[in-house]
Design a protein around this ligand. Structure first.
Ligand code: SF4
Length: 301
């Protein structure tokens, strides 16, 4: 676990804080380690079903090792390769298709996503309608919908939940990276639309801890720097949360996108990152921030 303060000088001690929980979540880390292990063991080529992670720097590194993303087993040019199901998981129907295609399959679905799938499956089999609080286009949510027995709806929040019809029995679950307040506000709204309402908070523990840490540090910072891919949904959500809490927020993919003016003006800076951002990208951003502020301090002395 990361935990460090950059001491620029005695006066500015603890002015730049890097989040303990910045970077890869355990599910993403596990999936990346799995593909790298397979590649190192000579099980080539390695195909992932969809991009393993929405981070250009990691995708480039994987491409260099000929670990490539495909949408379906039919696109695999070399059938002697290995197919890897990514941390987000897939629908059971798609899983069956993959497992019967004749290629070796490694399932790297995050156990915490599996937990959400199992809860949906259990209640759906008992006739519950499933309401998923999340982003309908996100791969994890598409996978979760596959467990609803064709009896599920995705809503992004309480406003959309107001449009729901009445249900006899409903099970409310969340995308694992959902904001906790959004989930509970939505669940309260869904309750009004059902005789029986089961509330299953499936936000994963690493996400809860990341949100808690972000709230604690972002609200006392003058500037928050969120590091992560532009196409990463969890990084975008983290940046949004920070914008509600801090005076200024910079969302950057690499250190080259930092705005030095804000960095020099801010007294307290909090650096955090999405679950798909590798440590070395965060370290480079933190190092650039430290360097810029050190240069300024040196010129003032
Ligand atoms: S965000 Fe949570 S549930 Fe999703 S892959 Fe990471 S650890 Fe697993």
């Amino acid at each position: 676990m990361r935990a460090f303060f950059y001491n620029i000088n005695m006066k500015q001690e603890q002015d730049v804080i890097v989040a303990k929980r910045a970077g890869f979540c355990p599910g993403v880390k596990r999936a990346i380690e799995k593909v790298l292990e397979l590649e190192a063991a000579g099980k080539r080529p390695v195909y992932t079903i969809g991009p393993l992670i929405h981070n250009k720097q990691v995708t480039d590194m994987l491409c260099a090792k000929q670990i490539t993303a495909i949408d379906s087993p039919r696109q695999a040019a070399d059938k002697s390769g290995v197919l890897v199901i990514r941390a987000h998981g897939i629908t059971p129907q798609f899983q069956q298709e993959i497992e019967s295609c004749g290629m070796a399959v490694v399932d790297a679905t995050c156990p915490l996503v599996k937990h959400a799938q199992n809860i949906i499956d259990k209640f759906a089999r008992q006739g519950y309608h499933t309401v998923i609080v999340g982003d309908a286009d996100h791969a994890e949510v598409v996978g979760l919908m596959g467990y609803t027995q064709g009896n599920g709806t995705v809503v992004s929040g309480p406003v959309e939940a107001r449009q729901l019809p009445h249900f006899d029995k409903v099970n409310v679950v969340s995308q694992t990276t959902q904001k906790e307040t959004v989930f509970y506000e939505t669940a309260e709204e869904v309750k009004k639309h059902a005789d029986l309402c089961q509330i299953s908070n499936t936000i994963c523990q690493p996400t809860k801890e990341r949100q808690k840490e972000t709230i604690e540090f972002a609200q006392s910072a003058d500037l928050v720097i969120v590091v992560g891919g532009r196409h990463s949904a969890n990084t975008a959500r983290l940046a949004l949360l920070c914008k509600e809490l801090a005076a200024a927020v910079q969302h950057v993919e690499t250190e080259d996108e930092l705005d030095p003016t804000q960095i020099l003006q801010a007294k307290k800076i909090f650096i955090t990152a999405g679950a798909s951002t590798p440590d070395w990208v965060i370290d480079r951003v933190a190092e650039r921030v430290r360097h810029l502020r050190h240069k300024q301090t040196a010129s003032e002395e």
